[in-house]
Write a protein that binds this ligand. Structure first.
Ligand SMILES: Cc1cc2nc3c(=O)[nH]c(=O)nc-3n(C[C@H](O)[C@H](O)[C@H](O)COP(=O)(O)OP(=O)(O)OC[C@H]3O[C@@H](n4cnc5c(N)ncnc54)[C@H](O)[C@@H]3O)c2cc1C
Length: 435
């Protein structure tokens, strides 16, 4: 039995991994060269703490307020686009407490399963990607954010997560650099971190060593369907300036895992997936002496910081709208300015100072600003499962800000459903046919 996976991001490669383990002959078609994309420059968090879907009460009013602040972490680029309007209406309908309550358990189950499966890749010695079970600390500076964080803590504990609420003094004992303005934090002990660039390289090496075929620079341009099944996958292969058109025929299974580009591919075979790209930035600094000990999220600024052994990554923002390569510098500045507010010592670090010098960054260091497009579903839950109208098509996308956190479990579920097996966890909430 052969499976073709469209998209070589973390979701596509994880699906390939588990399908291969179940004996499928796997081919991955990837438009890029396998060295960059959303699955590489992300923050590297495995976040069971993020069991609440992106669509939740309050996010729209907060988002509207933020839209008028140049340096804010959230922005919707207004456009007369049916796709954006349709996605926006569905998203707005999902922003209610009962949706969060219904979704929290399936999300937590998916996240915990995924964390465990990812940990096994490292502990079994199959791969090595700086996996560490450090937990993640969410810091707050204001009573407003303390209150909403404590609501999240309560819900997380009901779901069985290990969470320690930290006083200011406890935060300072863990991270001596924190200033007294930090009121406290919540330490989500089930969270973990890894270096995503290494995970991606090692997943692809591992797959190829075991006989999977990963075809890079291969952009799928057409899907032909006959009698309810995909029969031909046409792709354009770019090689040393030349392009050629090629095709794979009679696939037993096709897995659509093309991240933010999945919607038009699904449309080729009459499937509808409401999706929008959510652009986010990250900056990585080499830092041999790391002042920070734990990965953390600065809640008011919505900035995440990940300290690996020799480097630090800072990331944030959610710009929803059609894709473009423009960098919104005030938002990058917003991210960089937030860090010394919580960790004043970074203002003295040379590598960080260089990065935070926006003039320099604009003129000479644009390549230091990485961005990627999170694939946003309309209700904040991923789409995982068989397509509605195409028998041999599975969908695995829409993981928004949690693609790395959910990748291994998504791959496992794809392989179980493809083989007609009982799934490790309930999958109803992730049905791609729910719209
Ligand atoms: C700033 C930032 C920080 C983040 N931090 C975290 C984090 O800490 N933890 C976490 O869990 N998640 C995080 N995320 C989200 C996470 O990175 C994404 O959810 C995840 O990478 C999505 O993976 P994917 O495989 O679905 O998509 P992608 O990584 O985008 O992969 C899709 C692939 O499909 C390919 N493709 C597209 N069209 C075609 C075509 N026609 N033919 C062939 N190939 C095609 C693309 O080239 C691409 O490589 C973050 C995202 C951002 C932007």
């Amino acid at each position: 039995m052969n499976a073709t996976i469209i998209g070589g991001g973390v979701i596509g490669l994880s699906s390939a991994y588990f399908l291969q383990q179940e004996g499928w002959e796997v081919t991955v078609l990837e438009r890029g060269d396998g060295s960059d994309g959303c699955s590489f420059g992300n923050m590297g968090y495995l976040s069971p703490s993020h069991f609440a879907p992106l669509a939740q009460p309050g996010i729209i009013s907060q988002g509207i307020l933020w839209m008028f602040q140049q340096k804010s972490p959230f922005y919707v680029r207004p456009a007369l686009s049916w796709g954006l309007m349709d996605w926006g209406m569905k998203f707005a309908r999902a922003c209610n407490a009962s949706h969060v309550e219904r979704s929290a358990r399936p999300m937590a189950e998916l996240l915990l399963l995924s964390r465990d499966l990812t940990a096994q890749w490292e502990t079994s010695g199959e791969m090595s990607f700086e996996y560490a079970e450090t937990g993640c600390i969410n810091y707050f500076q204001t009573a407003k954010y303390e209150k909403s964080e404590l609501d999240n803590v309560r819900m997380g504990r009901e779901l069985g997560l290990q969470i320690e609420v930290l006083s200011r003094e406890q935060c300072q004992a863990l991270e001596p650099e924190l200033p007294p303005e930090v009121l406290g934090g919540a330490w989500y002990k089930d969270d973990a971190m890894l270096y995503p660039n290494d995970l991606m390289r090692q997943l692809s090496d591992h797959l190829e060593k075991r006989g999977a075929k990963i075809i890079y620079n291969a952009e799928v341009v057409d899907l032909q369907k006959d009698k309810g099944e995909i029969t031909t996958i046409r792709y354009r292969k770019a090689n040393e300036g030349m392009t050629s058109s090629q095709a794979l025929t009679t696939p037993d299974l096709v897995v659509l895992a093309a991240g933010s580009w999945s919607q038009p591919l699904a449309k080729m075979v009459g499937e509808y997936l409401p999706m929008m790209p959510g652009k986010g930035y990250s900056m990585t600094v080499n830092m041999p002496h790391q002042p920070l000990r734990h990965p953390c999220i600065l809640l008011e600024a919505k900035v995440a910081i990940t300290p690996w052994a020799k480097r630090l990554r800072i990331g944030s923002t959610m710009e929803i709208g059609a894709m473009n390569d423009r960098i919104l510098f005030p938002r990058v500045q917003g991210i960089l300015e937030a860090v010394p507010r919580f960790f004043p010592d970074y203002a003295n670090d040379l590598a960080f100072r260089e990065l935070a010098d926006l003039k320099k960054l604009k003129e000479r260091m644009q390549e230091k600003i990485w961005f990627g497009y999170r694939p946003l579903s309309a209700d904040g839950l991923p789409y995982i499962g068989f397509a509605q109208k195409t028998e041999n098509l599975m969908i695995a996308t829409g993981h928004a800000m949690l693609g790395l956190s959910m990748a291994a479990a998504t791959g496992k579920l794809v392989s179980e459903m493809a083989g007609g097996k009982k799934t490790s966890i309930a999958v109803g909430a992730f049905d791609p046919g729910r719209y």
